[in-house]
Design a protein around this ligand. Structure first.
Ligand code: ARG
Length: 399
């Protein structure tokens, strides 16, 4: 019986080269699967390209809404910023792509699945762990990893085999894009001292060239989920698109940091995540209004665990569900409105309100009509500082 492989196909360099290589090396039939999570490319072009290179069948799956509801929304609820900066946009798409790939592999009776990840990145871990958790019987082929081709060698192989790839010599970047953000790697960006040149950015205006007047956005959250932008209720996909446009034109959402990959490598990563940047800033602020400080303190720890697990390919680990249960419970009260001011690359929350807010003006005010009894403060401070006082007395007596 002939081998049959289901390949996750984005239409880019890695997966196009992988397609040809699997056909040759494993004498396999290859079914290509493109899972649309909002990458900007032309899906028809991708289909034609897959068929031109030799796929026996091609699937295009629109997973945009599922991506936002089941992956992006939990990330917003968890204020997910890996190492304080990266909204894990690429990472979130991987378990979804892997699960769709497994679905098609089963439907097609394939004995293996394949992806175009290299052996140096995080994506291989995310794909492999998710696939193994869902279908341990499926063999996993990772041509670029097995074959250890450099980017230049891949380009040469593609040229020799007449594979068209959307890279021009003057644009040597590797891009991964979805509705939640855009990751840009390679080329000059590998020098961490060099400022990313303007031509790597597509979703954001340069802050220097963005409007000279600030723009305000009003966001409405319901149970931790963004429901409307500037008063108009929108679907989950549209909320992200609208915010990308508004924040992007104000230069908001550019991220440049040194990131620790799972495989131990430190890498310089550049992202554009306009919607994600605004959403997390706003969501975090609203949480501060409605959750107690005890909840906030614990949630911060849970958020980091959730983010690291999602980044690290552990989407299918029971830990994710456990943490999600806690997070969802807290989000029952995270409803309300947040006002944000965008101006030349900066994004600041300038107002918030919620029916569940624990903020009380009557308690907080320095005006005369306060309900806070200041005489209680002295007793509280006495007890609060008790151990600190004693510890210092003991320290001095032992000098
Ligand atoms: N460093 C990011 C991550 O691990 C982005 C990876 C981008 N992937 C890519 N194939 N270009 O999530």
């Amino acid at each position: 019986m002939r081998n049959k492989v289901a390949l996750a196909y984005s239409g880019g360099l890695d997966t196009s080269v992988a397609l040809k290589w699997i056909m040759e090396k494993y004498s396999s039939d290859v079914v290509t699967v493109t899972i649309d999570v909002g990458h900007a490319e032309d899906l028809d072009w991708i289909r034609r390209n897959a068929e031109r290179v030799g796929a026996i069948k091609h699937y295009t799956i629109d997973a945009k809404e599922e991506f936002v509801r089941n992956y992006v929304h939990p990330a917003i609820k968890a204020n997910a910023l890996y190492q304080g900066k990266y909204p894990i946009s690429t990472a979130l798409s991987r378990p979804l792509i892997a699960s769709k790939l497994v679905e098609i592999a089963k439907k097609e009776g394939a004995n293996a699945v394949a992806h175009g990840c290299t052996g140096k990145g995080n994506d291989q871990v995310r794909f492999d762990v998710t696939i193994a958790a869902l279908a341990p019987e499926l063999k996993i082929i990772a041509p670029i990893r097995e074959w250890k081709l450099s980017r230049e060698e891949e380009i040469k192989y593609a040229k020799e085999h007449g594979i068209s790839i959307p890279i021009k010599p003057e644009s040597p970047y590797s891009i991964d894009q979805n509705l939640y953000g855009r990751a840009i790697e390679c080329g000059i960006l590998e020098d961490p001292l060099t400022e990313p040149p303007e031509d790597v950015f597509e979703l954001t205006a340069s802050p220097e060239k963005s409007p000279d007047k600030p723009e305000y956005v009003t966001l409405e959250f319901e149970k931790g989920i963004p429901k409307s932008v500037n008063g108009s209720e929108e679907g989950p996909v549209e909320v992200l698109k609208t915010l990308d446009t508004i924040a992007g034109r104000n230069g908001v959402g550019r991220i440049d940091h040194i990131e620790d990959r799972l495989v131990g490598i430190k890498s310089r990563e550049v992202y554009e995540c306009p919607a994600a940047t605004v959403l997390i800033e706003a969501h975090r602020d609203l949480e501060k209004c409605v959750l107690t400080r005890h909840e906030l303190g614990f949630k911060q720890l849970a958020d980091i665990q959730w983010t690291v697990a999602a980044y690290s390919g552990l989407w299918m680990d029971p830990l994710m569900e456990d943490l999600q249960a806690f997070t969802d419970k807290t989000q029952e009260r995270v409803s309300g409105t947040v006002r944000i001011k965008l101006y030349k690359g900066s994004c600041r929350v300038v107002g918030r309100s919620s029916p569940m807010s624990l903020y009380s003006r009557k308690l907080a005010t320095y005006d005369v009509d306060t309900t806070f009894d200041q005489t209680m403060a002295t007793g509280f401070i006495e007890l609060w500082g008790l151990q600190t006082k004693i510890a210092n007395i003991v320290k001095r007596s032992n000098l």
